[in-house]
Design a protein around this ligand. Structure first.
Ligand code: NAP
Length: 248
């Protein structure tokens, strides 16, 4: 029997990058996977077909995680289609970087809404079905910059630090109902986005990491799968850093 067989997972923002890696691994481990996208429709459909080919149930939903009503509707739709929800991975996120001096109110609000409010929306909507099942694992993707801050990313760092406070509070609120809530804090993960950067800059980043390499989507997905599975059944309210030792 596979580690996540008969489990249903929702992953937000799985049409690209880390979210795709998480959806692929959860399906590989036997979970049925519902996932969302916002604009990358073709990639989402491709992923849906790829997950089906692994022999699990899979469906892509066009849904904006930062929209409260859309998140509620998504959970209703997934319950209708999949019957239950065991795992929620809040992965969707954006950046709108700039020094405070130049950061607009719009840039600040957009990042808080997409990164932090989305986690509230989805967790709130999934709470009822998980309470009914008396079981659940919620995993929120934060970042090392939510722990240590980053110049030029005050909006992003604040949203990711907010996720950590939210995670710990939900762990306290829902622990007695056998619902766990943890966060994963990736460091520098090499995705399509970073492939477009200057190779010299990226080499400098790699050199500053004790394990001397950037992380992969699979490195993050492995941590998520652990927290989603019964292998972590006595772990809640934690922040697991997947950063090659960047923050020690
Ligand atoms: P990415 O490649 O930019 O992908 C972001 C994903 O989120 C896309 O699938 C996008 O969908 C989706 N998305 C964005 N806003 C959304 C919304 N409002 N509703 C639903 N989906 C939405 O990002 P990534 O690098 O994989 O990052 C994934 C997560 O890891 C983020 O939370 C990020 O902050 C965190 N993280 C990344 C790194 C890193 O080094 N890459 C490090 C630390 C933390 P569409 O493409 O369909 O629009």
């Amino acid at each position: 029997m596979k580690l996540l067989e008969n489990q249903t997972a929702i992953v937000t923002g799985a049409s690209r990058g880390i979210g795709t890696g998480i959806a692929q691994l959860l399906a590989e481990l036997g979970a049925n996977v519902a996932f969302t996208y916002l604009s990358s429709e073709a990639k989402a459909k491709e992923l849906e077909a790829e997950l089906h080919a692994k022999g699990v149930k899979a469906k892509a939903y066009h849904s904006d995680a930062s929209d409260y009503k859309a998140a509620e509707q998504l959970i209703t739709d997934v319950l209708t289609e999949f019957g239950k929800i065991d795992i929620l991975v809040n992965n969707a996120g954006i950046t709108k970087d700039g020094l405070l001096m130049r950061m607009s109110e719009e840039q600040f609000d957009a990042v808080i809404k997409a990164n932090l409010k989305s986690v509230f929306n989805m967790t709130k909507a999934v709470q009822r079905p998980m309470l009914k099942e008396r079981k659940g694992s919620i995993i929120n993707i934060t970042s090392v910059v939510g722990i240590r801050g980053n110049a030029g990313q005050s909006n992003y760092s604040a949203s990711k630090a907010g996720i950590i406070g939210f995670t710990k509070s939900i762990a306290l609120e829902l622990g007695s109902r056998n619902i766990r809530c943890n966060a994963v804090a990736p460091g520098f993960i090499e995705t399509e986005m970073t492939a477009a950067l200057d190779e010299k800059v990226v080499a400098g980043w790699r050199d500053g990491i004790p394990l001397k390499r950037g992380g992969t989507a699979l490195d993050v997905a492995n941590a998520v799968a652990f927290l989603a599975s019964p292998m972590s059944s006595y772990i809640t309210g934690q922040v697991l850093q997947v950063c090659g030792g960047m923050l020690t």
